[in-house]
Write a protein that binds this ligand. Structure first.
Ligand SMILES: [Cu+2]
Length: 490
């Protein structure tokens, strides 16, 4: 657990909040804070309605049931809705602490983004919060809490959201393959999800590898049929080099965003990244195709599909492109560049000492250092441009890393100055991955991009969605130990 021993100080700080709010943050405290307004749903909207109850369950993952958290007892929830529909999801909190739902990859109104203290108040145990929005894009997405994510996501709290309507030619089967490890022992008992050694390096790894919570599951598909695979890397730390053995597969979407079909050799995916594939199933019933991870000493089989009869008689296979999205193209000719350096934290808070405000005097006379006020601890390992997110204290929000002018285009140059990989995720916007100093990149749209040590990756976006948005590493322990910030679109 990484709850920090600062409760007394935090309580005191709440009393002194007015002082802090003026000095440290553009946005204030949970009590006095204004949140963005939820979008109004038209009276004639077609609504996809669901209830998601975050609750403890027991699930059989290893040899005995594990005590997990999820929105359903029996496996990850998969919501399938049609493009054009509004999603109305009532989240009921039946876990032990406050939670929220962030809809990863969806370009939605700020108020629905599910970041406690930033876009909504925390939803406390026993309370509920209703999310309603119209997802503008088709594709393969997922959702998860955005608070104490190491523990909540680590124990299973996540679901899959599919927005249908992108197929020009239907597939004969459409499979979701949600990959993740569990940090459990043979008896199903959880091991510590956070370790300092992991958080300071590549992340703490699980050892029980699953797809849809099963070890190397086999899915039956029609022989000779056209198969769509929606692969999601929902792990907290693992990198996957996705490959297919036994059939020619084509990459047709990255993070839900269609692209002209590319023959798949492998596709490297950090946590939170998704890839949609299309392939023709073998003609002979009983033949299997392996979904593998090449990012390992030996390729690891994650799941298999098995052709079953009767064999379908389809015309010769040609991978069909999905219908394109309508994401605004960034205007590169006028785009300003914002450098985003991925850095280790240098000091508590990782900040430049000369920029820190003076010590604070609390109502009882106690003098508090800035770093303590933000609950920065020795476990702050990471930063953006030398600034670390204040750990476990979202009650004090740091000022934005950068403000983008609404309607303008920006290039973000992500410069990895650390010896580890970082999958960098932006909220509220889909960006175009343009180039890398290390390898030839096929430009593609994404919401998360993996940046290797010493790599510089350029991404571009049109800042068209107003609000304060998170930008963070999706190796959850990195996010939780400083590699997170706010970018403002105003
Ligand atoms: Cu990272």
């Amino acid at each position: 657990m990484i709850d920090r021993p600062f409760n007394r100080r935090r309580a005191l700080l709440t009393l002194g909040g007015a002082v802090l709010a003026g000095g440290l943050a553009a946005r204030g405290w949970a009590g006095g804070q204004s949140y963005p307004t939820a979008p109004a749903m038209p009276a004639d909207a077609k609504v996809f309605e669901t209830i998601l109850t975050a609750a403890p369950h027991q699930r059989l993952l290893a040899n005995a049931p594990s005590d997990i958290l999820d929105y359903a007892a029996d496996g990850p929830v998969v919501l399938r809705m049609r493009q054009g529909e509004w999603l109305r999801a009532k989240m009921i909190n039946r876990i032990h602490e406050h939670t929220s739902i962030h809809w990863h990859g969806i370009r939605l109104p700020n108020a629905m983004d599910g970041v406690p203290y930033l876009t909504q108040p925390p939803t406390e145990p026993g309370e509920s919060f209703t999310y309603q929005f119209q997802p503008p894009d088709t594709g393969t997405f997922f959702f998860h809490p955005h608070c104490n994510t190491v523990e909540q996501l680590g124990h299973g709290l996540a679901g899959i959201l599919i927005v249908e309507g992108d197929e020009a030619r239907p597939h004969d089967a459409d499979l979701v393959l949600a990959y993740r490890d569990w940090r459990i022992d043979e008896a199903g008992k959880f091991k510590p999800l956070f370790t300092e050694a992991g958080a300071a390096k590549a992340g703490t790894f699980g050892d029980h590898r699953t797809v849809n919570d099963k070890v190397q599951p086999v899915y039956q598909v029609p022989a000779g049929g056209d198969i769509r695979l929606r692969f999601l890397n929902l792990d907290m730390s693992r990198i996957v080099d996705l490959g297919v053995v036994g059939a020619d597969a084509w990459l047709i979407a990255t993070d839900g965003n269609p692209l002209p079909p590319q023959k798949l050799k492998s596709w490297r995916m950090g946590p939170a990244m998704r890839a949609d594939l299309t392939l023709r199933a073998p003609m002979t019933p009983g033949t299997r195709v392996q979904i593998v991870n090449y990012y390992a000493a030996q390729p690891l089989v994650l799941a298999e599909i098995e052709a079953t009869g009767p064999t379908l008689n389809r015309p010769p296979f040609e991978p069909a492109a999905l219908k394109p999205h309508h994401i605004p193209e960034p205007d590169l000719a006028t785009a300003e560049t914002f450098p985003l350096r991925l850095t280790a934290a240098t000091a508590p808070g990782g900040g430049n000492a000369s920029e820190l405000p003076p010590d604070l005097v609390l109502p009882d006379g106690e003098v508090l250092r800035y770093a303590d006020a933000l609950c920065l601890t020795p476990n702050t390992f990471w930063s953006f441009n030398g600034r670390s997110w204040p750990m476990q204290s979202h009650e004090v929000l740091p000022p934005p890393l950068v403000t983008f002018q609404r309607g303008r285009s920006y290039i973000i140059e992500i410069i990895n100055q650390t010896p580890h990989m970082h999958p960098i995720h932006l909220h509220g916007h889909t960006f175009k991955v343009l180039s890398s100093n290390k390898e030839e990149i096929m430009p593609h749209f994404a919401d998360t991009t993996l940046v290797a040590p010493k790599e510089r990756v350029k991404i571009a976006l049109k800042a068209d969605n107003p609000g304060d948005w998170m930008i963070h590493c999706h190796i959850i322990e990195h996010q939780d130990t400083g590699m997170m910030g706010i970018f403002r679109v105003a």
